[in-house]
Design a protein around this ligand. Structure first.
Ligand code: PNW
Length: 446
């Protein structure tokens, strides 16, 4: 059975997603300040292929062509992120007008093409100056973030009605300050938990600032959530899965939607727990208009660590393909958290694509999208309020610590020429979105 738009509610939004550092390039142009990812990329051994974001997909100059591509896919919407160091090169103080002008043009370009903008304010490119003062481990960064959010809302608020504050605070705290795989590359759990707390406080303060500046905007946050399953029914495996769920999912979901940190994990963290000031949890738990869910895979845990089921399929990231996990996750968000309306803000897969002639054959990616969209439709049939789906990603791009060695795009990027080649999965997505299965993907003309 093939999936169609009829499997989703009438106003369900289909789109594609990207992030600023991963596609823009032009890192020194028009007054942009350095970000922690510019710094991190220059440290030997941090990025698998030794690359950086200086050029990326050159989207900063090719944005109009890229918006044409999104339009020709038949998308309703585009999820993009705003680079804080373009708006405030040092993370504080007056705005850099040329930085805001870029997003102004981009948003106008979306509206001209009938695309609804979904903005994300922070997708990891923190101004380096703020890192020099401690980054997210310093509580002041939360206040700086709220100021930046207000500046963006004041300039774009007449045209952008949907804002996510943070993308994946687990990545910008635990993965960045404890595991050390993302910028700033530290290995210190206490700092990581301070960073996670300040990210959440910054989120809450940004929501307050934007509610004050905008009347009708929809405000939310994007979490990377990974349902965890025990490797067996043995109590020690069940406990391991519950613990993994606690550090990865509940540590963020509980403060946001219940106004408290999960007790079991709080105790397990011992002296590393963050300093919570009076009012913090009420600030973090401010009501939201939506929750964005980034879903890629599940976790399977035993008492001895994480487990890779041997009969499953895996992507080029080594992530298990497990669409049922997305249905389970969405149902749980409704039942356990009474979550606000949900968007799938990212879902997709990396495969080692190759350009053959003018085509890229990526049947596994098509299967991945199809099975996960079916999983979303199933959650909707269960009564979960899911409002939209954004494929990750429009373009192959800078995949963080993996550099350009992992390709998530619907559209192939030849980094030598910056040529864009829609993959078979792009043609498939276009067929789903337009209802014309044999659609031919051409840049839109008017
Ligand atoms: C997300 N992990 O990153 C990001 O939002 C995207 O920018 C990124 O390109 C995409 O997923 C694919 O990786 C993640 O280690 C990075 O669990 C790492 C993890 C999760 C999400």
């Amino acid at each position: 059975m093939t999936i169609t738009r009829k499997d989703f509610p009438d106003r369900f939004v289909f789109g594609v997603a990207t992030s600023s550092f991963q596609i823009e390039g032009a890192t020194r142009e028009d007054g942009r300040g350095p970000s922690i990812w510019d710094t991190f990329c220059r440290e030997p051994g941090r990025i698998l292929d030794g690359t950086n974001g200086d050029a990326a997909c050159d989207h900063y100059h090719r944005w109009a062509e890229d918006l044409d591509l999104i339009q020709s896919l038949g998308a309703d919407a585009y999820r993009f992120s705003i680079a804080w160091p373009r708006i405030q090169p040092e993370g504080r103080g007056a705005v850099n007008p040329r930085g805001l002008d870029f997003y102004d043009r981009l948003v106008d370009g979306m509206l001209e093409r009938g695309l609804k903008p979904y903005a994300t304010l922070y997708h990891w490119d923190l101004p380096q100056t703020l890192q020099d003062a401690g980054g997210w481990a310093n509580r002041d960064t939360a206040h700086r973030f709220a100021e930046y959010a207000r500046l963006v809302a004041e300039r774009l608020g007449d045209r952008v009605t949907s804002y996510a504050t943070l993308n994946e605070p687990w990545c910008s705290s635990i993965l960045s300050y404890q595991i050390g795989e993302h910028a700033p590359g530290l290995r210190n759990r206490k700092l990581a938990l301070a960073a996670a707390h300040h990210l959440l406080v910054g989120h809450g303060e940004a929501v307050a600032a934007m509610r004050d500046a905008l009347r009708d905007a929809e405000l939310g946050i994007v979490l990377n959530l990974q349902p965890t399953y025990p490797a067996s029914e043995k109590p020690e495996d069940v406990a391991a899965a519950h613990h993994a769920d606690g550090t990865f999912n509940r540590w963020f979901l509980d403060p946001l939607f219940r106004g408290e940190y999960p007790q079991d994990i709080w105790e397990a963290y011992g002296a590393d727990v963050p300093e919570v000031q009076p009012g913090d949890l009420a600030c973090i738990a401010r009501p939201l208009d939506f929750l964005g869910v980034n879903y890629y895979s599940r976790g399977v845990n035993s008492a001895n660590g994480s487990v890779r089921p041997p009969d499953s399929a895996y992507t080029h990231m080594g992530w298990e393909v497990y669409p049922q996990g997305l249905t389970d996750l969405l149902v749980r968000l409704k039942e356990d958290y009474a979550a606000p309306p949900l968007f799938i803000t990212e879902n997709g897969a990396a495969y080692p694509d190759e350009l053959t002639g003018d085509r890229v054959h990526d049947p596994e990616r098509i299967r991945y999208f199809e099975s996960h969209l079916e999983a979303v439709a199933q959650a909707v049939r269960h009564g979960v309020d899911v409002r939209g789906y954004f494929a990750w990603s429009l373009l192959d791009n800078f995949e963080w610590a993996w550099g350009y060695s992992r390709r998530f795009g619907l559209v192939y990027v030849d980094y030598a020429s910056q040529r864009r080649v829609p993959k078979d999965s792009a043609l498939w997505y276009q067929g789903l979105l337009t209802g014309q299965p044999e659609g031919v993907l051409l840049p839109a003309t008017d």
